[in-house]
Design a protein around this ligand. Structure first.
Ligand code: SAM
Length: 280
């Protein structure tokens, strides 16, 4: 159930708590609560979900998630200056916001969350890709989360959702699309943030698939894809020589043309090749 946000405008909150943005922490704040509510809605119906938010800052997206009805939000913030502003939000939404101060890369949030869990964040640019890769490569699949709704620089969002044959297609696309449906759901210009970053941004929604799209051993798929894209301009039979001396036969058995370059090889074909490599 949605409700009206009962708190003062974010500009006032930032001024009152003297939250001048710090570049070193990747701080570009969203100030428009209509926009943060719109981003929160991209995560779907949150009324029966706990939401993990990394980097709430002054709380624009946090307020969006709560006013859009999230059962509970767990927010992890590194900048202690933001804690008083977040405490005001916790008071306005009793028992629905927990805040942990610290580095999201060093904190295991699981003990504080009850499934079903969704992740929604305007990520700090300096740790965003690392967090995404961690969420996509847990020890066990299915992961702890059902979906990820994440803001990235537009170029990173394009790499996550890239199609075979496009310039942005690479390891991140394969990793993201092997076990998720991934799509860009919103584009944001620099002016949507304060201060405005140099580049445009986009929100990506990744919905977890309980089973991989195509069968493959994860470690083998990673090895093949890493070798292929490390030399993306070379033909596969050359770039994958280090994977196996019999790679040409394996490429043929996987139904891939030996002259193909990494960019041209679909996720399904990479999975078929990983299965051939794993057989040997
Ligand atoms: N969510 C807010 C918004 O949308 O306006 C702020 C987003 S800002 C792009 C990124 C936030 O992540 C900042 O508040 C920053 O302090 C925080 N942050 C940076 N590195 C972090 C880390 N390693 N762990 C947790 N938070 C971090």
């Amino acid at each position: 159930m949605t409700q009206d946000d009962p708190l003062p405008p974010l500009r006032d909150v930032i001024e009152r708590h003297d939250l001048r943005a710090r570049k070193s922490l990747g701080q570009n704040f969203l100030l428009d609560l209509n926009l943060t509510a719109k981003i929160a809605r991209q995560a779907g119906d949150l009324s029966a979900c706990d939401v993990l938010e990394i980097g709430p800052g002054p709380g624009g997206l946090t307020r969006g998630l709560l006013s859009e009805g999230a059962r509970k939000v767990l927010a992890i913030e590194k900048d202690a200056r933001c804690l008083p502003a977040l405490a005001e939000i916790a008071d306005a939404y009793p028992n629905r916001l927990d805040v942990i101060e610290g580095d999201a890369l060093a904190i295991d949030p699981l003990a504080h969350l009850t499934p079903p869990i969704r992740v929604a964040s305007n990520l700090p640019y300096n740790v965003g890709t690392e967090l995404l890769i961690r969420w996509l490569t847990p020890k066990q699949w299915p992961p702890f989360w059902d979906s990820l709704t994440l803001m990235f620089q537009r170029e990173v969002a394009q790499r996550i959702t890239a199609e075979t044959g496009s310039k942005a297609y690479g390891r991140l696309a394969i990793l993201s699309q092997w076990r998720c449906d991934a799509r860009i759901v919103l584009h944001l210009p620099p002016e949507a943030f304060s201060p405005p970053p140099k580049v445009s941004s986009a929100v990506v929604h990744l919905k977890m698939l309980p089973e991989p799209r195509f069968p493959a051993d994860f470690k083998t798929l990673e090895r093949v894809v890493a070798a292929a894209f490390n030399q993306r301009r070379k033909m596969l039979r050359s770039s994958l020589k280090s994977v196996s001396p019999d790679i040409e036969d394996m490429i043929a058995a996987a139904g891939i043309k030996p002259t193909e370059r990494a960019e041209q090889v679909s996720l399904e074909e990479f999975c078929a090749l990983a299965r051939e490599v794993a057989k040997a």
